[in-house]
Design a protein around this ligand. Structure first.
Ligand code: IPM
Ligand code: MG
Length: 355
């Protein structure tokens, strides 16, 4: 098949890991006889520097015309001034909103050979296979009003957490339908003992659960869910969460895999292109040194093959190549090894095999 993939390398280690994922996709296309056309565009801090806009209109338009989008990372200390009006992260948020990507899928499955890389005891990690489904275009990230005002002689700042029934319903339906092809369990995370949005969330999730009698639903408050992720992560299957809770819990869950550098994500909407990105950030401390772990980006490319291009066998082959490289002892520095980004990428690419 032919497909058009927009690359948004972004900032920090973004260009290095996107380059690695692109190489893996090229290798895979050769092995399976596909043709992928890549087109690179600006997002984040580099877009801000070059065009004064963290998501230039040309980037969004190109994404809309693509079959899928692969993103590296945005942000860094250069653009972290709290007084700044424009920030790199706004580019990513505008892209998610602009493409209608309401669901963010973050699978967490530790590699058996990397159990030692996690600070948790290996027996806690046995059987961990989580899928975090995070609502991505609502909640406190986008609620209005937000801003600052003056109260007496001091300044105040405020954000709004807002969810509509339909926003909860569509992401919940996706979580339940994904649970059907897994272990048939959804843990819905909220703060219903305090927040009005969480009480609506719970109510809507209950009605969606009734449409999926094969899937068991449990509710869990976000504070105890954070603890359970460390104490008994294997007891959960699909974790359904609102935007902010999912952001926090997915970084916590990354600890289970030994390195945040291993984790991929997919952001999906009703239709149109999906957005694929490693969940790690721009890691400015190691940017440009060839030290970044490319696995999160390469595994994101596998999700792209599966979810946006319908190439399930190819996605399996790419995931198998990463697993085989790790099993053979290939390790970047974050995993306790010495391989550079490009050496790790080669170790993976040479293991890409058809079916
Ligand atoms: C993530 C990131 C983003 C988020 C930032 C960079 C805006 O932390 O994808 O988890 O908060 O969603
Ligand atoms: Mg995050």
């Amino acid at each position: 098949m032919e497909a058009k993939i927009v690359l948004l390398p972004g900032d920090g280690i973004g260009p290095e890991v996107v380059n690695a994922a692109c190489q893996a996709l090229e290798t895979l296309a050769g092995v399976f006889g596909h043709r992928f056309h890549f087109e690179e565009h600006l997002i984040g801090g580099c877009a801000l520097d070059q065009q004064g806009d963290p998501l230039p209109p040309a980037s969004l338009q190109a994404c809309r015309r693509a079959d899928a989008v692969l993103l590296g990372a945005v942000g860094g200390p250069r653009w972290a001034d709290p007084q700044a009006e424009l920030r790199p992260e706004q580019g990513l948020l505008a892209l998610r909103k602009g493409l209608g990507l309401f669901a963010n899928l973050r699978p967490v499955r530790p590699f058996p050979q990397l159990l030692q890389a996690s600070p948790l005891r290996p027996e806690r990690l046995q059987g961990v296979d989580l899928l975090i489904v995070r609502e991505l275009t609502g909640g406190i990230y986008f609620g209005q009003p937000r801003g600052r005002d003056q109260s007496g002689d001091e300044e105040q700042a405020f954000d709004t957490m807002r969810y509509s029934e339909s926003e909860v319903r569509r992401v919940a339906r996706l979580a339940f339908s994904l649970a059907r092809s897994r272990r048939h369990k959804v843990t819905s995370v909220d703060k219903a003992n305090v927040l009005e949005t969480s009480r609506l969330w719970r109510q809507v999730v209950e009605t969606v659960a009734a449409e999926f009698p094969q899937v068991a639903l449990e509710h869990q408050l976000v504070d105890s869910a954070a603890m359970r992720l460390i104490l008994e992560p294997a007891s959960m299957d699909v974790l359904l969460t609102a935007n902010l809770f999912g952001d926090i819990l997915s970084d916590e869950a990354a600890v289970l895999t030994g390195s945040i550098g291993m984790l991929p994500s997919a952001s999906l909407g009703e239709d149109g292109p999906g957005l694929y990105e490693p969940i790690h950030g721009s890691a400015p401390d190691i940017a440009g040194q060839g030290l970044a772990n490319p696995c999160g980006a390469i595994l994101s490319a596998a999700m792209l093959l599966r979810h946006s291009l319908g190439l399930a066998a190819e996605a399996d082959a790419l995931e198998a190549a990463v697993a085989a490289a790790v099993a053979a002892g290939a390790r970047t520095r974050d995993l306790g090894g010495t391989l550079s980004t490009s050496a790790m990428t080669s170790a993976i690419c040479k293991r890409i095999q058809p079916g």
